[in-house]
Design a protein around this ligand. Structure first.
Ligand code: CA2
Length: 155
């Protein structure tokens, strides 16, 4: 097993499935976590799945990923559009970073069209509902497989 994939969720995502289902669907964050764990386990990957409403806590998890994470999948919630501090933390992480939004932010208010996190993200998924998390994990798994095959080829 390689080091963990950090799946990080920002403010208000603890309310998933409890409010605004027309935008964010009916699944709870616990449902999303379970599906992410299943998908990761299928690829032999360990997951650290977190949610916080505090910007500093999210930054601390990104720092933790510097030592213990192979990749970060992050839905920063509204911090996407405001947080230079989260961007700075992600810039200090060396592995792949994928930004996930459940809704299609480009179809919504113009203040959601700009993302600080996209300045660092290797890929962005928006508007695929909670399936976006699974697509991001799938991408991480294939990148890890390619890297392992390349490492085998040179040894
Ligand atoms: O589409 C996304 O995933 C967002 O990151 C969600 C954020 C929003 O600020 C971003 O612009 C797009 C909001 C998360 C709030 O989640 C809730 C879920 C259910 C009920 C209320 C809020």
């Amino acid at each position: 097993m390689t080091s963990a994939v950090f799946v990080l969720n920002g403010p208000n995502l603890n309310l998933l499935g409890k409010r605004q289902p027309h935008i964010y669907g009916h699944e709870t964050l616990a449902d999303v976590e379970e599906r992410c764990r299943g998908q990761a386990a299928h690829h032999g990957l360990d997951i650290r799945f977190h949610q916080s409403n505090m910007e500093g806590q999210i930054i601390d998890w990104i720092h933790e990923a510097r030592d213990h994470g192979s990749a970060i999948v992050i839905n920063p919630g509204a911090f996407t559009h405001t947080s230079v501090a989260i961007l700075d933390a992600l810039n200090a992480f060396d592995g792949p970073v994928f930004e996930v939004h459940i809704s299609n932010v480009h179809k919504r208010e113009s203040f959601r069209h700009h993302s600080y996190v996209s300045l660092r993200a290797d890929g962005v998924i928006a508007g695929f509902g909670t399936q976006g998390y699974l697509l991001a994990i799938e991408r991480v798994a294939s990148l890890i497989k390619v890297a392992a095959a390349e490492a085998d080829a040179v040894s």
